[in-house]
Design a protein around this ligand. Structure first.
Ligand SMILES: Cc1ncc(COP(=O)(O)O)c(C=O)c1O
Length: 380
């Protein structure tokens, strides 16, 4: 029986009260009172030009692909070490994913390998900020500027983390956040599109509202709304926004809780790293993290799989991340082969994510760390 799950969604304060308010207020479809409150809070705190809540980060990425007019035959640059949506959002429009290997330190796209992949078909660069630790965005943005290619930050895991003095998601032309229940600030399913380049704002509202100018209609700017572009239904119910608003109001409180969990793992596992038995996450000096996740890198896949099983036998769920996209069945259809991205393949075999959620107790963390300690010490 699982006693310590990998993730457990939590309530921080006023979630249920705000949901009741949304329902009693008489509008639970999209763009109600709480959606507007979430938009304003994120725009103000992160200094974003425009934020639109979406049903998921996946939806935010799909909207980005529509806004950048991605067409069949286009190429989009991204890491292979990512979630499927980073690729799918663009493949849905007919683009080919052009994978790039990751760097050892951050497990983010290796910025030094991007430029060589640019062709006249390249229509977007999509870095992800793994574990809420930022890519070296100066290099990525310089390449985007040089070739006039938009940068779309997949900041699914990066909400409330910074690169230098800028919040993740606000640096590229577009950024996408996730509020899925496994993330730091949650609404079950949910996300947001961050629009940092004004040229996309008007169309983003239309694409999100099924290709209509309904947002203008609600603001009284047109007297009827009608079909003006392609689009889909990307806005979440205000019930979800109500839950999310309570979480966003407590963003710093949640971050402090997660920092404590992160620091505990770091302190207790550091001796194992010093003995060369495993590797812990690295946070570059340019990054202010959001403590999204804690992973360890074991020496071999056999050790990773063995530790994962031992933890499971003790009722603890620790999980792997990600299976490389280029070696997946879909990746192979695009012509990719095993061996093309050695760092991605190696990391994917050795990485283990430890349980990480706001209500994780120190005594549960102690149990987890003790099992890791015993396992790694015995096997080495
Ligand atoms: C890097 C990355 N991008 C996108 C997503 C998809 O997020 P969502 O579930 O909100 O669509 C995830 C989910 O974990 C992710 O890790």
């Amino acid at each position: 029986m699982i006693k310590i799950p990998f993730n457990r969604p939590s309530i921080i304060g006023k979630e249920l009260e705000y949901i009741a308010q949304a329902v009693q207020g008489g509008q639970i479809s999209g763009d109600g009172l709480f959606t507007k409150k979430c938009h304003a809070l994120i725009e103000e705190k992160f200094g974003a030009k425009k934020v639109l809540l979406t049903t998921s980060c996946t939806s935010g990425l799909e909207m980005s692909a529509l806004l950048c007019n991605i067409q069949s035959g286009d190429e989009v640059i991204l890491p292979s070490f990512t979630f499927v949506s980073t690729a799918n959002a663009f493949c849905l429009r007919g683009a080919k994913p052009i994978f790039v290997d990751i760097e050892q330190k951050t497990l983010n796209i290796n910025p030094d390998l991007i430029e060589a992949k640019i062709t006249n078909k390249t229509k977007a660069i999509v870095p992800i900020h793994y574990a809420g630790v930022s890519c070296d965005m100066d290099i990525v943005m310089d390449i985007g500027r040089k070739y006039k290619i938009p940068v779309i930050e997949d900041a699914a895991q990066g909400v409330n983390a910074k690169y230098k003095d800028q919040y993740l998601g606000t640096i590229g032309q577009l950024g996408a956040y996730s509020f899925h229940e496994t993330k730091n600030f949650i609404s079950g399913e949910g996300g947001a599109l961050v629009i940092n380049d004004e040229q996309y704002i008007e169309r983003a509202e239309i694409v999100r509202e099924k290709g209509t100018n309904r947002s203008k209609f609600w603001r009284g700017q047109v007297d009827k709304y009608t079909w003006v572009d392609i689009g889909s239904s990307y806005l979440p119910s205000d019930i979800l926004a109500a839950y999310l608003y309570a979480q966003l109001e407590s963003m710093e409180q949640i971050t402090a809780v997660r920092r404590k969990i992160y620091k505990y793992y770091l302190k207790k596992l550091s001796p194992l790293e010093e003995r060369g038995l495993l590797r812990l996450p690295r946070i570059p000096s340019w990054c202010q993290p959001n403590y999204h996740m804690f992973y360890i890198l074991l020496q071999t896949q056999k050790m990773r799989d063995g530790l994962m099983k031992t933890l499971k036998d003790n009722g603890i769920m620790a999980v792997f991340h990600y299976l490389p996209l280029h070696t997946s069945p879909m990746g192979k259809k695009f012509g990719y082969k095993e061996g093309e991205f050695p760092v991605t393949e190696d990391v994917s075999k050795r990485l283990l994510r430890l349980p990480f959620y706001n209500d994780l107790t120190e005594s549960d963390q102690e149990r987890i760390v003790t099992i890791i300690n015993n396992f790694v010490s015995e096997i080495s």
